[in-house]
Design a protein around this ligand. Structure first.
Ligand code: PMP
Length: 338
């Protein structure tokens, strides 16, 4: 990828990555650690998934599988589709996106605004052939000059993080990073960035932040895939082992419930000045807990995967929040220990 990303690339694709590393001041002061967060919401498509959209498109172009006028097909919780569609628009491709119909309307509307052909499909287990991933694969197979981006299996995903996210973190911290904390949707971020950082310094602790309803917490803790509960978090949590997560150098896992998610999201708005998405809240809570567990003096890096504008109708809608049994009431730092 790094060779492919050369100075001949201009336009939107050249604006992906090299995101700032933001110090979360209040949480850093409270924990006595440096809690640093990659501002992935500042990518041109507004999420961490722009990185893999770039890698998948450039790799398919380099392999001759994607040609002018071609079609990019993907199954996505939204952000990969948004990244792919923005870059596809800029480079002359069309996109067809399948998305589970329980994702926020904001993401579906945004995809349609960008010109993607969007198929919002009912949520079914992966074993069902109507699962959004299988539908995307079949659509791609049935079209000439189309590629299936295939973010769960396509290792260009993990490689994008190994080649860009990991090195950026190493450079921005001057190599002083004690722990990397990340949720997994495909596992590309945690495995790619984790592998890079562990290669530089095997002592870097890699911690998975996992929402309820995902099977990965149990997998890290016991070796068995098992899940319990549910979460409002979008884009993260997996019920099966996928190639981009397999082999991720994970040392430990923390389970994050929606109460912690909501309290962290509102802490970030009110105390840190950052309006962020659900997975960023999961990541930041787990990063702060990791800081408390490791003790003062450590540097913890995590990811602000997307912005809160995509969640105005849910997480940042007091009526919807109350219907879910949550409130935006402030708890000081109680949400880290309650
Ligand atoms: N946060 C959000 C909002 C996402 O859309 C995703 C990807 N689905 C992730 C986190 C997880 O990233 P990864 O796929 O690299 O594990």
């Amino acid at each position: 990828m790094s060779q492919m990303l050369n100075s001949s690339h201009t336009g939107a694709i050249a604006a992906v990555g090299n995101t700032p590393l933001i110090r979360l001041n209040k949480l850093s002061e409270h924990t006595g650690c440096e809690i640093l967060a990659k501002a992935e919401f500042l990518n041109p498509g507004g999420s961490v998934k722009d990185r893999i959209a770039r890698a998948i498109i450039l790799e398919a172009e380099a392999q001759g599988r994607l040609k002018p006028g071609g079609v990019v097909v993907e199954g996505t919780a939204g952000n990969t589709g948004i990244g792919l569609t923005m870059l596809a628009n800029a480079r002359g491709y069309r996109t067809i996106i399948t998305i589970p119909d329980n994702q926020t309307q904001e993401k579906i509307d945004f995809l349609r605004l960008l010109g993607a052909e969007v198929h919002a499909v009912p949520v079914v287990p992966f074993a069902n052939q109507q699962h959004f991933c299988h539908q995307a694969r079949r659509l791609a197979e049935g079209l000439p000059n189309a590629i299936f981006a295939d973010q769960f299996n396509n290792l260009a995903n993990r490689r994008a993080h190994y080649e860009t996210t990991g090195p950026e973190i190493w450079a921005q911290t001057g190599g002083k990073v004690d722990a990397l904390v990340a949720a997994a949707g495909t596992g590309g971020t945690i495995s790619g960035a984790g592998l890079f950082l562990k290669e530089r310094n095997p002592a870097v602790r890699v911690v998975l932040a996992d929402p309820l309803g995902s099977a990965l917490y149990s997998y890290v803790k016991t070796g068995e895939l098992d899940s319990d509960g549910d979460s409002m978090a979008e884009g993260i949590g997996i019920g099966r082992l996928v190639p981009n997560f397999e082999g991720a150098p994970v040392d430990d896992a923390l389970q994050v419930d929606d109460r912690a998610l909501v309290a962290t999201a509102y802490h970030l708005v009110r105390e840190e000045g950052l309006l962020l998405g659900t997975s960023a809240a999961v990541n930041v809570w787990a990063a702060a807990r990791t800081a408390l567990a490791m003790g003062p003096g450590h540097t913890i890096v995590t990811f602000l995967c997307d912005g809160g504008q995509r969640y105005l109708s849910r997480l940042y809608n007091p009526v919807w929040l109350a219907e879910q049994g949550h409130s935006a009431a402030s708890t000081g730092f109680g949400f880290l220990t309650d």
